[in-house]
Ligand binder design. Structure first.
Ligand code: 4NP
Length: 172
C-alpha cells in the first residue's frame, strides 16, 4: 500500500497562547470534517517564548469549545530553527510575526513563510492580537481563522479528493 505524502503546516503568532493555538485546533477540526486530518501534520508556535509550556489562553479555549473544538491538550512553545525545514508552510498571524519569522529563517526557506489571511484567502491583512482586549476580539479572531482554515483546507486537501478532480476527465 502506498501512502500519500503528509503535508505540514505550522501556525505562528507572538505568544502561542491566543491566535496560533486556535488556528491549530480549528484547522485540524476542519481537516477532520473533510476526512483529511491523517494527511497533515499541524502544529503551532510563538515567536516569543514567555508562555512556553502553558495551555492556550482560556478565552481561546472557550471560543473553540463553543464550536466543538478542544484545545486543552495543546501547550505553547517557541519557534525552533528546525521548524523551517520541518514544515512545508509556516503561516504567520500578522505582519510583525511574519517579519520575525523571515529574519529567523535560514536562506532558501523564505518561500514557506506567509501571512495566513493572504495565503488562504488572498486578503493581505493581519489576524489582530486579541490578548489585551475583550471577548469580542476573540470572536473576530475565531471568524477570521475559521474562514482561513476552510479556504486553506480547500486549497491543500482538494487535490487528493479524487484523481480527476479539477481536470477534464479523459482517463476514466
Ligand atoms: P498571541 O497573543 O500572540 O495571539 O498568543 C499574545 C499572547 C501573549 C502576549 C501577547 C500576545 N504577551 O504579551 O504576553
Amino acid at each position: 500500500m502506498t501512502s500519500q505524502p503528509r503535508q505540514s503546516v505550522l501556525f505562528v503568532c507572538l505568544g502561542n497562547i491566543c491566535r496560533s493555538p486556535l488556528a491549530e485546533g480549528v484547522f485540524r477540526h476542519v481537516l477532520q470534517n473533510r476526512g483529511a486530518a491523517g494527511r497533515f501534520l499541524v502544529d503551532s508556535a510563538g515567536t516569543g517564548g514567555w508562555h512556553a509550556g502553558s495551555p492556550p489562553d482560556p478565552r481561546s479555549v472557550e471560543i473553540a469549545a463553543r464550536h466543538g473544538i478542544d484545545l486543552t491538550a495543546q501547550r505553547a512553545r517557541r519557534i525552533a530553527d528546525g521548524d523551517f525545514a520541518r514544515f512545508d508552510l509556516v503561516l504567520a498571524m500578522d505582519r510583525s510575526n511574519r517579519a520575525e519569522l523571515k529574519a529567523r529563517a535560514g536562506g532558501g526557506r523564505l518561500d514557506r513563510i506567509h501571512l495566513l489571511m493572504d495565503f488562504a484567502l488572498g486578503e493581505a491583512r493581519d489576524v489582530p492580537d486579541p490578548y489585551y482586549g475583550g471577548a469580542d476580539g476573540f470572536e473576530t479572531v475565531y471568524r477570521m481563522i475559521r474562514a482561513a482554515s476552510e479556504a486553506l483546507a480547500e486549497k491543500l486537501a482538494a487535490p487528493w479528493d479524487g484523481p480527476d478532480r479539477g481536470q477534464a476527465s479523459s482517463t476514466r
